[in-house]
Each structure stands twice: as C-alpha cells, then as structure tokens.
Ligand binder design. Structure first.
Ligand code: NAP
Length: 264
C-alpha cells in the first residue's frame, strides 16, 4: 500500500477511536520564539490533530522567556489531567537547556519519545516500523542497514530493528566506501537518514528484493524536497520523498498520543 493511503487509513481508525472516548484527547505543543521551519511543523501537527478530533493546545513564549518559566509550565502541564501529551518544539533559545526540558516532561506524557525514559518510541523510527509491519516486511533474520547514527533517528531506528530480530548494521560518515558497497549489496532493508540529496544511486548494487526507506530530506536547487536515494532504483520497494517518511513521522505522533490516552 502507498504511504499516503496507509496514513489515511490509520487516521480514519484513530478518528473512530477518538469518537468512542468521553473526552477529547489533548496534545500540548509548547513553542518559543518565531522559527519559520518550526512554525510550519507546528501547523502540520495541529492540522493532523484536528483531522482526527484531537485537541492541540499551543502555548507560545517569546524568545526572552526564562528556563524557569518554561520548566514551571511543563510541570503544571504534567499535573494537568486534561493534557495527555506534551511536546516542546525545538529549537529553543540557547539560554534554555534541552536536557532540562527533557528531564522535566513526565515520561508518560513525552509523546515525542526522544528521551530514554519516555514511555514512547521516537516518532520517525516508530512510524517506519509500524508501516513496514503493516506491509508485511519479514523482519526476522533480515539484513537491515541503517545509515546515520543521530540520537533522534539513526540510533533508535537501529534499536527498534534489532528488537524486531533483524541483523542490524549501522553505517555513518566514517564508513569506508568499499564496506558500504558490501553492506548495501547484502541488505534486505536500507534505512537512510543522512540528508544528502541522491547520494545513493545506481552505481551501488541492491538486492532486487530490497526495501529502501528514505528518511533524508534536502531542498534541492530546484526548490523541491529530495531524499538520500535516487528515485526509481531497481528494488522491491522504495519510499518517496516527499510523501514518505515525513507522513509516517506525523502519524506516529498521533499514535503515541493515543497510546498515552489508553495508558491513563
Ligand atoms: P544528523 O543528526 O545530521 O545525522 C546525520 C547522520 O548522517 C550522521 O550520523 C552522519 O554520520 C551521517 N552521515 C552524513 N554523511 C554521511 C555519508 N556520506 N555517509 C554515511 N553517513 C553519513 O541528521 P538527523 O537528524 O538524523 O536527520 C537525517 C536526515 O533525516 C535529515 O535530512 C533530516 O532532515 C531528515 N529527517 C527526516 C524526518 C522525517 O520525518 N522525514 C525526521 C527526522 C529527520 P556521523 O555521525 O559520522 O557524522
């Protein structure tokens, strides 16, 4: 199933689930300042929430807010039973510690899933695993290659694939080219999360049965968004950019929030 179709189906299911609840689930989005990219992400999150009947409550602070005020707001929301999930949209000004923010959000409400104590899986890897599962990807014993080792995508992605019984290899910028070619040629699944436009092309060998999941997003000189893989590689499945992992990530936030509601 195409990702767009899958996401629409899951959203319908979440909407139906919300309609059975006695109160609207509520996602708190805390933002600081005016970062254009962040504002666009927040608009997207609010739109997704509205589509399925979840309330998205935004609390905005100016750039000069103190860390204390922000942390006090999080603590108040931790104790507010009408709020199911809390996320602080990054970036925040340098005067505020992201570590302190992460340590303050109640792990049961930390729906972004970035911290090790969070009760939820981080949205991008969760979205990918859920989609691959729905599509019937044979995880057990599969050779999975993850390119990139960031805290928010690469590392949790590798961990979740290992939990699904894949043989996981994690590559990064220091991997030798000859080794990368070897691992790509033997991979049943490659998840690339580096953000370098069309780096992985036809000069690499892929198994015809391989699945390629493209997390990378780069805006090209043409003004359009592009992934790490050249489109149309000779494999079994390749996720598009745009309209691929980005949609799965947005969906996973809703899934995490519904999980928060069901565990209350
Ligand atoms: P990041 O923190 O910049 O990490 C990039 C990773 O790529 C690093 O681990 C780096 O290796 C590795 N890398 C860079 N060049 C490489 C190369 N030539 N070969 C192999 N590995 C290389 O980025 P991120 O936050 O994980 O995000 C990665 C990409 O995914 C970005 O384009 C971002 O916009 C996109 N993204 C998309 C979504 C979505 O929802 N679709 C969500 C999150 C991120 P080293 O560790 O050795 O430096």
């Amino acid at each position: 199933m195409e990702i767009k179709e899958y996401v629409a189906l899951r959203k319908n299911a979440i909407k139906a689930q919300v309609e059975t609840l006695s109160r609207k689930p509520c996602l708190s989005i805390i933002t600081v300042g005016h970062d254009p990219a962040s504002e666009a992400y927040v608009r997207g999150k609010k739109k997704d929430a509205a589509e399925v009947g979840i309330e998205a409550k935004q609390t905005w602070f100016p750039e000069d807010i103190t860390e204390q005020t922000l942390l006090d707001t999080i603590r108040a929301q931790n104790n507010d039973p009408s709020i199911d999930g809390i996320l602080v949209q990054l970036p925040v000004p340098k005067s505020i510690s992201v570590e302190h923010i992460n340590a303050t959000i109640d792990p049961k409400k930390d729906v972004d899933g970035f911290t090790p104590t969070s009760h939820f899986r981080p949205c991008t890897p969760r979205g990918i695993i859920d989609y691959l599962t729905a599509e019937g990807f044979p995880f057990r014993g599969a050779n999975a290659v993850v390119v990139g080792r960031s805290e928010i995508v690469g590392k949790p992605m590798a961990k979740l694939l290992l939990e699904k019984d894949c043989n996981v290899v994690q590559l990064h910028s220091k991997t030798k080219e000859e080794d990368r070619r070897f691992y790509f040629a033997h991979a049943d699944l490659i998840v690339s999360a580096i953000g370098k436009m069309h780096l992985w092309d036809n000069s690499y060998s892929y198994r015809p049965s391989a699945w390629l999941v493209d997390v990378g997003i780069t805006r090209g000189e043409d003004g359009h968004l592009h992934g790490d893989f050249v489109p149309g590689l000779p494999v079994a499945k390749q996720t598009p950019v745009p309209g691929g992992v980005g949609l799965l990530t947005r969906l996973a936030l809703l899934e995490n929030l519904m999980e928060a509601v069901s565990h209350r």
